[in-house]
Design a protein. Sequence first.
Length: 341
Amino acid sequence: MEMTLPQSICIAVHDQSQVGEARREATLLAGKLGLDEETAGRLSIVVSEAARNLSLHGGGGEIIVSSLDGRKQPCVELLAIDRGPGMDLQKCIRDGYSTAGTPGTGLGAITRLADAFDVHSAPGGTVLMARFVSRRTPRHHHQESLDYSATSVPFTGETLCGDAWAAVQTHSTNTFLVADGLGHGQYAEEAAREAVRIFHHSNGASPSEIIDHAHGALRSTRGAALAIARIDPHQQKLVFAGVGNISALVAVDGVSRNMVSLNGTVGHLMHRVQEFVYPWTNNAMLIMHSDGLGTRWDLKNYLGLAQRSPGVIAGVLYRDFSRQRDDVTVLVARCAQDQTP
């Protein structure tokens, strides 16, 4: 079966008239992804509630709905992002609490309808995450050892995203790709899509071998920057290879290390690819992003953010450091843990 890019929609919500648009777009995406009717229905309700909350409380913001590639079951994640004054989470989650004269059931309903929920709120904005897992396929009763998410949004005015990301899980490893096709628009998207195709057909090749294979396959495209990280929790190591301007960081025990990407463009000019090995522990975190995100961020500047889910972390970084002049992708991975705001 031909692999496709993880799909996403991003809708600006500034008033009540855009709530219906957000719901319709999310419902269309759910149909494309093959979500069962019950899961798609829950997603539709939550998108409506989140968009309504943005229009009433946050001064407007964005709804991003994305498929999560590489999961054992079809999975969709919603992010509701605003730049408002923040909120008292313990009060807002309780049914009946409202600051806008509504019944006050929105946030409580979201927590009940979602399969996973997380939120970070502070003066300057709120990022809410709600995840939905398709119930068409049998449930896996064990928790996945690694949790991950990515936010990938096209350049303003474009419908196609020249960035892409992908993930593959095996019994012992998790491997992640972030690709940035040269430029933006259709031709950048074609390069990124080809990189994802090669990645999904790599059949266990090492990160450097995958990039070598992609170099040949991308010759007929504009080319791309690529970075691949393979995490082996049992051997407590992360193997990384990158070419071009994909930024990557691994944080272990509160100490962050920038990982090494080599100069070049995959598909055009590339020297020998090198792999670098970094330690990985149960409290480690991986962050990879394209150059559509600025690099002057530090999770330590956000109280409690480093303990939140990958989706919330990616959403906050996207909100505060997107350059607004290019496609942007932010991928975050960490060991799975319970999230209770």
